[in-house]
Design a protein around this ligand. Sequence first.
Ligand SMILES: *Cc1c(COP(=O)(O)O)cnc(C)c1O
Length: 382
Amino acid sequence: MKKTTWQPRTVAAQAAGHVDPVTGAIVPPIQLASTFERDPDNGYRRGYIYARPDNPNVRVAEEVLTTLEGAATSLVMGSGMAAATTAFLALDRTPDKPAHVVAPNIMYWALKNWLAGPARTLGIEATFVDATNSDAIAAAIRPGATRMVWLETPANPTWAISDIAATADIAHKAGALLGVDSTIATPVLTRPIELGADIVMHSATKYLNGHSDIIAGSLSFARSDALLERAKGLRSSLGAVLSPFEASLLVRGMRTLHLRVAHQCASALTVARHFSGHKRVAEVLYPGLRGPGHNIAAKQMQGGFGGMLSIRVAGGEAAAIGAAARVELWKRATSLGGVESLIEHRASVEGPGTPCPPDLLRMSVGLEDPADLIADFEQALS
Ligand SMILES: *Cc1c(COP(=O)(O)O)cnc(C)c1O
């Protein structure tokens, strides 16, 4: 059976079918070399020159990810932030003609801060809108100046849902690109390129790797065009490529992505249902529950609503921090998407100016038995 006809999960399980031609090893070897031999005729027919532009282990990870996303090609980077900032820096712009972008009010905090601050000095001008509202996105677009609309769906830390297909239409009609931070949805649940996105970004630190033991990021592209070439050039000149060892761990993580995400979706829904309507809970935020965004989520997420939820604790900030202090099984830590469940008081992480409600605990559901997770948070609330 030909690799080109394999389903995405088959490609992921087999690490794109790579077998080491020298030893027959069924796990791609870690190639640590910083430099590669030139051919006698001065060429580089084996395809590698130096490990800053890319390296063999990064290319295996990219091959798997490109299949998972249904993309033309992918770039694996040293972090999610490296990937996201590269997507913006690669936009078409000149010193006297900045690139205008439209981005969500609710999005990954560090990226929003970068867009609102340092990005301005680099010729990127962001307008932040309620990205759950397509009309608000359309109204923020400046015809001829807007280069990209950026979505994050579900969005940190309220899991607000944006309509990818509707936003792709709006962006494309105005001659702008659509970029999607799909870290939370993962390619198991949503394939944004099939819905019209031009660039898909991941913090591969999260679900793609899935074991809380590397920092990595990625960009997948709908087309191999000038945008890709500029992003590739930035990765090389900024030195933002992932190291071979971490790329190898990322490939190992992606082999089990489908299994992990399916379990995490089922458990998150169980936890969300258990605590919605609970007397010590003000609100459970989860796109799998009836509420704003649920119908769009059901349309663009296949097989589940993700492993992330947030609980707003009745009694406000002190009650929320108190509950987080009493958990024994959940780990109090930032980040998400690993096999162990994490909980965090998100407003403490984001700091002054955050739109995050002060009573909100962000929960990343791992692979434990959901009954244990529920019992532990029950005792923490009481
Ligand atoms: C973690 C995260 C990022 C940043 O990724 P890093 O790997 O930490 O640089 C961006 N977007 C989302 C949604 C994230 O959860």
